[in-house]
Design a protein around this ligand. Structure first.
Ligand code: ZN
Length: 246
């Protein structure tokens, strides 16, 4: 049995799969890891700010114009489409096998592919709220605002994307649901994440089910605990799995 057959048989045997994913899940949809996007931005704009600074709460408050310029040009990819990984996960949820997708991504591609239970640890570009009156704005409404710092027509407050910035805490409710889902799972598939961003990465330690699978191109701090490691592109892996599961 090769690696793919092994994973396919575990998926067939499982009734409670949880997928925990990061940036690598979306790179095949054309969304670069934000660190490489930030590096590109720094070069193009001759910007002295590293990504951790530009995407921090204090920088957002002190230099919203630079924040929004970076955010708009590098963090939002409205043209991106789900790939084979997003689609297979949505199908497994439809079949009642997958109970949750936990993601560090903010692109909303899992929901576009049809996933319903998506726990977004770092928020979503699809939700935006006025900091003054809390009015909600969709991504489309937000994109239609062309000023350097988008402001609420009702009250003039800054419209902030519902994404978790550096120095901001993760949503406690999402975190609790994520811990609970991982603790109940019997198969944990971790994909496209280096498992180095905390506290998100420490979530996987709550798993006590049967098998842990890592789909990642580079080594992670969690490799020794994994039962199976596949280093090929995640969209390709999921595409091959789809065939084996059919
Ligand atoms: Zn407002």
């Amino acid at each position: 049995m090769d690696q793919f057959q092994q994973l396919a048989s575990w998926i067939k045997d499982s009734g409670n799969i949880v997928f925990f994913g990061g940036a690598g899940t979306s790179t095949e949809s054309g969304i670069p890891d934000f660190r490489s996007a930030a590096g590109l931005y720094q070069t193009q704009h001759n910007s002295p700010y590293p990504p951790e600074v530009m995407l921090s709460r204090s920088f957002f408050m002190s230099s919203p114009d630079i924040f929004f310029d970076f955010y708009r040009s590098k963090m939002i990819h409205p043209e991106a489409k789900p790939n084979g990984a997003h689609r297979l996960l949505a199908k497994l949820e439809d079949e009642g096998k997958l109970k949750a997708v936990i993601t560090q991504n903010i692109d909303g591609l899992h929901q576009i592919a049809g996933s319903r239970r998506v726990l977004e640890l770092h928020g979503s570009i699809h939700r935006n709220y006025c900091m003054g009156c809390r009015r909600y704005y969709s991504l489309e409404e937000w994109l239609a605002m062309t000023e350097a710092v988008p402001r609420c027509p009702d009250c003039g407050g800054i419209i902030k994307p519902d994404v978790v910035l550096y120095e901001e805490a993760l949503d406690q409710e999402v975190l609790v649901e994520a811990v609970d889902s991982i603790a109940r799972a019997d198969l944990l598939i971790i994909g496209g994440t280096s498992l180095t961003v905390h506290p998100a990465a420490s979530l996987v330690t709550y798993f006590s089910g049967r098998h842990t699978v890592l789909l990642n191109r580079d080594p992670t701090p969690y490799d020794e605990q994994a039962d199976l490691i596949i280093t090929e592109r995640i969209g390709d892996v999921m595409g091959r799995l789809q065939g084996l599961l059919a």
